[in-house]
Design a protein around this ligand. Sequence first.
Ligand code: FES
Ligand SMILES: [Fe+2]
Length: 464
Amino acid sequence: MTMSEAPERRRTPGLSWYDLVLEDERPVPEHLRERRHYTATAQQVPVERYTSRAWHELERAHLWRKVWQMACREEHLPEVGSYVVYDIAGDSYLVARTRDGSIKAYINACLHRGRALKDADGRCSEFRCSFHGFTWKLDGTLRYLPAQGEFPDIEADRDAWRLPEAKVGTWGGFVFINPDPAAEPFEDFLGDMPEHFRLWDFENRYVQAHVAKKIRCNWKVAQEAFDEGLHLVGTHPQSAPYVGDSNSAVDVYGNYSRQISPSGTPSDDLPVDPTERDIMARMLDVREGEELPIPFSQRTTARDSMAAAARERWREVLGDAADEVSDGEFVDHWNYAIFPNLHPWGAYNRIVYRFRPNGDRHDECIFEVMFVTPFSGERPPPAPVRRLDLDDSWTLATELQTLALVMEQDTFNMTSVQRGLQTTRRTHLLTSNFQEGLVSWRHDLLTDWVERTANKAAGGGTGT
Ligand code: FES
Ligand SMILES: [Fe+2]
């Protein structure tokens, strides 16, 4: 994989986001508009990565048991003894706040005869197994066992019967875990990503809405629906007048990447050019003949007007710092992705996505949408999770407002993509060389994490 400095000829013609934001009244700062183009190793993705049980088992062993992954938010562990059960691909972890305030993650299994220590999130003073009562302190040391004289192995070395741990790292108010004792430090894994997010201050945000929906597709099918703007006109035609999908920025930085779609500017694929007032009306969902709810002068653009209105809205939380924020940060769709499965939207959009297999299934996933929102004053409690089953509609999640319709449109494709993948006679999918760069990037990383390691292990090499 290589980065290229002169990729313009590879993308659809038209003004790109990197140039568009220079025309804003307040341009996006230089470090946030640096081009980091990605040349994929291959523009073909093996179909078996979505359909094969064997590939899923490899992901479980070489990806999910090895990689840094978001388990919860710090706010989900507000007090000593608060814990979250984090399930991933058949494995389960207990993420808990200990007495010294630190966060620890344990394999969620009793060391006696294996019962899961906890079945659901909660709060406790110690981890007591419901089967025979073995008990561990919050710091993982063994506190109590019944019929002591009957367990000489434990009596010989109590310390060996601590709860096994996964590593823990935090960033932006998110708690990440890594089950691999030999994992690279979390900071190295993230690289300079925190620098991008520094001013957006994800620590001081709270989970305002949290919806988890089961979908009949592989977790990557769901995730890849949010990796590119190429599907905008086909899937979300209502947004085409105000989202410049083909002008998107696509950048890759090691373990994280981003795709930024400009807003307040139309898609190049529209057959007619909408007026600036039309663009505003579509963005704000204003019907024919109705007044625009925000000030708009014919001398300005829709983009300028939307940025000015957003700046005033955010002033309540950001104070005068709102004047330092660029227009692009207020209006554009900054979709960041952290390998393998987290999408924290950047800037002042509050959307966060996470994608996981549903239990240990390779053909179903859980797709979560959160609104992670700034607040002023006291931190509000995080929203409880609204769980939507396989056949539930996103429109039940009224807390997602207009995003629920967008999710419904995206999900409509997902189960059909999975069905198509299971019947196609082709062995590989195609990805475009610019707009679908994030799909290719993740598959290149999966090749490194899963395929190469599995091949090494099969060949008797040192890979684990
Ligand atoms: S299985 Fe947990 S105490 Fe026996
Ligand atoms: Fe979409």
